[in-house]
Design a protein around this ligand. Structure first.
Ligand SMILES: [Zn+2]
Length: 217
């Protein structure tokens, strides 16, 4: 029998939380979403970021999060956490790696520079990065992880990375937190890593903390 036809690659945003930005944050008092993304690729399911993690006294006091569990978000697509083949973290701030701990043994793909940065005091919650069974695969710059699925270093933290996914409709970019909003991304005309993302002429760019996508419409 011939092999079953492979499904076309698709990207799904998964809203895992809403936060209220604390004092000192540029978006003080605003409520913002926390998105992870699922890439349904013919070679396996890839999860990009894992949300804000389980209840935590300091985080919950500062950000007053409302959590939407990852397993429920995946169930909405008819999937379960066990179906995820590998995980990409755009970066290791708590709101992007909080659910890594639920994937012991699963490859966690992070830029080496980011993994090093995450060791600094106050950068993130260290026990949400390092846990029993954490299986980091450290990347040095651009990398094609699966056919038509690549990561490239972009601005925000020392080792932030964005994901570019080829689909039948064109390139879809998971920008991560390269900018806070789609409007900021639209407005940025200079910064080289953002210009590089725009150079893919993406049909859709998703952001970690904005419901809006780019280009608009
Ligand atoms: Zn964030």
């Amino acid at each position: 029998m011939p092999p079953a036809p492979r499904s076309p690659t698709a990207v799904y945003p998964l809203r895992l939380a809403d936060l209220i930005y604390p004092e000192g944050h540029p978006r003080y008092c605003e409520t913002g979403p926390v998105f992870a993304f699922l890439v349904d690729h013919p070679d396996g399911l890839v999860l990009v970021d894992t949300g804000i993690g389980p209840p935590h006294q300091l985080i919950d006091r500062l950000y007053k999060p409302v959590r939407y569990p990852l397993d429920e978000a995946l169930a909405g697509l008819g999937l379960a956490p066990k179906d995820v083949r590998l995980i990409i973290n755009t970066h290791l701030h708590f709101d992007h790696c909080g659910g890594n701990q639920f994937f012991p043994g699963r490859p966690l793909l992070v830029q080496r520079r980011e993994h090093e940065a995450a060791g600094a005091p106050g950068y993130t919650l260290p026990h949400w990065v390092e846990f029993s069974g954490a299986n980091y695969r450290l990347l040095d710059g651009d990398s094609e992880l699966m056919p038509g699925l690549r990561v490239l270093p972009t601005r925000h933290t020392p080792g932030h990375q964005s994901v570019v996914v080829d689909t039948d409709n064109g390139a879809v970019v998971i920008a991560g937190q390269v900018t806070e909003t789609a409007a900021d991304f639209e407005a940025e005309q200079e910064e080289s890593s953002i210009q590089k993302l725009k150079s893919f002429r993406p049909v859709r760019v998703f952001f970690s903390h904005d419901h809006a996508t780019w280009p608009y419409g």
